[in-house]
Ligand binder design. Structure first.
Ligand code: IVH
Length: 684
């Protein structure tokens, strides 16, 4: 009897998966929504009656999902690279000429041309055809583990088809995106309840994927296209085209508009065609991606810095729009910098309505002579941030006047001060409420205290309601305080309180960064934390010691010293500590494989950028130095290594290459499976 239920459950799952694939991937449903719902309800009921048969890959498990706490970090088995950009036909021809030059006149090759989907890259790891992890690109080397959220995306198969022919380890890379219609609907719904709007579908997709509660992700209608392979335990194709066909066979969605091109002229034609047609697509693309089709040629072609030479993107020119400047407002930023902002007659541009744009600083404003009443041409930099690129002086109405910069802070009225050599006007009042907002936004930001769900809109109401007057006040907030704010629901209030609570454990370096000390970003904060080891020691450091630290010059030293001599700052720090913020130094070592060893890196590496390799050395307990000396343990030499290599040889320093370096790392982690294919072939 029990076996019968198990059989029926398996049968239903199989059917539902097939219909999901037909509906979400092939866009060719075979049954009506009602019929589908019937199957789904039957499965749900059976699983409810027999919970012992519920498995995580059941189609019923897509929707809900346990809230995750923060995100674990995943180290990609092969780095997720970026692509170099081209902007016109000549640059595409130059790309092809380089490919031809490297491969020689007798090698035959062709291209695959794909749409460049404007979403975010994801790496899906299937083991024995089951989805085991999904990770964002992150910095290319490590990303956030977002598996529960990705499981809610219907076009991502939880189990691959043709299980027997799927390699045991099968890592697929692709783009998660939000279709334009879902994006518009989402923003409309958010506007209706006064929530902040997403600037574009890419931000909306990224925001939806990084939610701690996957049941909300499930409502966001994200979708996925596969376009590359990561680690794969067995080859499935010789060409990229055939790889994409294999993806389809395994049930993965591949964009239907992929095309083969025999030569660069055909590539250019396809790119131009899509530049004209992109408006008709149901999702946004920001260009095209062109890939050498023959996978065996990829190794020969190699890499430059962090991008492969077998792949290039063709970016479409940014869309432009003309609009009128209605007024020029003045904003106060985190460090008191006062910036002019143009307010426009709202205009549609590249998928969003643009109402304002930063004019950066008053010198820039004067240089363009932007006046209230002017008609200006705006463009989106990187398709996101609107910028004024031209003033139509011929359309200027009579009697306009050049804009006069303010002399006082628009928020607290203190006199503004001009940076000695710089172009900025600054409000120096540390208690200015204008700077408080921005400082709090930065404090709570992702790379600082990372207080998820405390964003600009909430901070705005916390400050204007008087609940928060400094960083420490955040930690004094109670759920009731939050509930007293308009439009904040019980559940959001609890989430906010627990996010604030969690942030107390952020390490010392993030805490120092979060304070927003002038000139002190995450790198300098890390230097301070590593050197001094405790908050007390940093606060008490004298200026001479600070100045001598590698990476901290006199300007930074002075800024740090000054900051901690201000009693107002110390008072807030004490309050933060009293509220339970730990600010403890933790070394974030992945392993001690390189403990105590000093490395110098030179030449171009294949799989790491310069900052990635330096991070990898530090993460594993090693030190990085910029010049070769007798204290250097290893010179890690990439392609085209120059004088450093010579010096190392002279001094008898051990020279290693990238492969040997990777072996050193792996030697400390016997349990971690080594990627079977680390080099170029299938990297993405
Ligand atoms: S291939 C080494 N193909 O563009 C090649 N990327 O600017 C790896 N993207 O991070 C990527 N559509 O997020 C590739 N058809 C496509 C793509 C695509 C969008 C994104 C991807 C990547 C970024 C590079």
């Amino acid at each position: 009897m029990k076996e019968d239920f198990a059989k029926r459950i398996e049968h239903l799952r199989h059917d539902i998966r097939r219909h999901d694939h037909l509906y979400y991937v092939m866009a060719q449903p075979e049954i009506s929504d009602q019929q589908y719902d019937r199957l789904f309800t039957e499965l749900k009921d059976l699983e409810k009656a027999h919970p012992e048969f519920v498995t995580p890959d059941s189609p019923t498990q897509r929707v809900a999902g346990q809230p995750t706490h923060g995100f674990a970090q995943v180290r990609h088995s092969s780095p997720m690279l970026s692509i170099d950009n081209t902007y016109n036909a000549d640059e595409l021809r130059a790309f092809d000429a380089r490919v031809r030059k490297i491969l020689g006149p007798n090698t035959e090759y062709d291209y695959v041309v794909e749409l460049k989907i404007d979403g975010l890259a994801i790496s899906l790891r299937y083991e024995n055809a089951r989805l085991v992890t999904a990770a964002t690109r992150g910095d290319g080397v490590t990303g956030d583990e977002v598996t529960p959220n990705v499981r809610t995306i219907k076009s991502v198969p939880l189990v691959l088809h043709e299980k027997k022919s799927v390699p045991e380890i099968f890592e697929v890379r692709g783009e998660i995106y939000m279709p334009t219609s879902s994006f518009t609907a989402l923003n409309q719904a958010r506007a209706a309840v006064g929530e902040p709007l997403f600037a574009n579908p890419r931000n909306a997709a990224a925001g939806s994927l990084k939610l701690l509660d996957s049941s909300i992700t499930a409502t966001r209608k994200l979708a996925f296209f596969a376009y590359a392979a990561g680690e794969i335990s067995e080859e499935v194709a010789d060409t990229h085209w055939d790889l994409l066909q294999a993806f389809k066979k395994f049930g993965l969605p591949v964009n239907p508009h992929i095309e083969k091109a025999a030569d660069i002229d055909s590539v250019i034609k396809i790119c131009e065609k899509w530049d004209a047609k992109r408006k008709d697509l149901p999702y946004q693309i920001d260009g095209m991606v062109i890939k050498v089709n023959q996978l065996n040629l990829r190794e020969t072609l190699g890499f430059t810095g962090r991008a492969p030479r077998w792949c290039i993107s063709y970016k479409f020119a940014a869309e432009q729009a003309a609009t009128k400047v209605l007024s020029i407002e003045v904003n106060v930023g985190k460090s008191g910098i006062v910036t002019p902002v143009a307010i426009f007659d709202p205009v549609a541009l590249a998928g969003t309505t643009v109402k304002r744009a930063s004019l950066h600083n008053f010198e820039e404003l004067a240089r363009h002579d932007i006046r209230v009443g002017d008609t200006v041409i705006i463009e989106k930099a990187g398709e996101i941030i609107p910028q004024v690129i031209e003033v139509k002086t011929d359309l200027r109405p009579a009697h306009t006047k050049p804009y006069k910069p303010p002399q006082n802070c628009p928020v607290c009225s203190s006199e503004l001060v001009k940076d000695p050599q710089g172009v900025y006007l600054r409000c120096l009042n540390t208690d200015c409420l204008g700077t408080l907002n921005e400082r709090l936004i930065y404090f709570a930001g992702r790379d600082q205290m990372d207080i998820r769900s405390v964003g600009p809109a909430l901070i705005d109401s916390l400050v204007s309601s008087g609940l928060v007057n400094n960083f420490a006040d955040l930690y004094k907030l109670k759920k009731e305080d939050l509930l007293s704010l308009e439009r904040l629901a019980e559940k959001s209030a609890s989430n906010i309180i627990s996010a604030i609570e969690q942030s107390k454990h952020q390490p010392l370096s993030r805490f120092i960064t979060a304070l927003g000390i002038r000139h002190i970003g995450s790198q300098s904060a890390e230097i301070l934390a590593n050197h001094f080891g405790s908050l007390d020691a940093i606060i008490n450091a004298d200026i001479e010691t600070l100045e001598t630290l590698e990476g901290i010059g006199p300007i930074l030293a002075k800024s740090i010293h000054q900051y901690f001599r201000d009693p107002a700052n110390i008072k807030v720090i004490h309050q933060l500590l009293a509220a339970g913020v730990q600010a403890k130094h933790t070394s974030q070592k992945a392993s001690s494989a390189l403990e105590g060893k000093t490395f110098v890196v030179t030449g171009t590496l294949q799989d790491f950028s310069r900052s990635e390799i330096e991070q990898a050395i530090k993460d594993n307990g090693g030190k990085v130095s910029s010049s070769v000396s007798k204290n250097t343990d290893y010179l890690l030499a990439g392609a085209e290594a120059g004088s450093k290599l010579q010096k190392a040889t002279e001094l008898g320093v051990t020279v290693i290459d990238e492969e040997e370096f990777k072996k050193m790392l792996a030697s400390d982690k016997p349990k971690q499976k080594k990627p079977l294919r680390e080099k170029g072939l299938f990297d993405a």
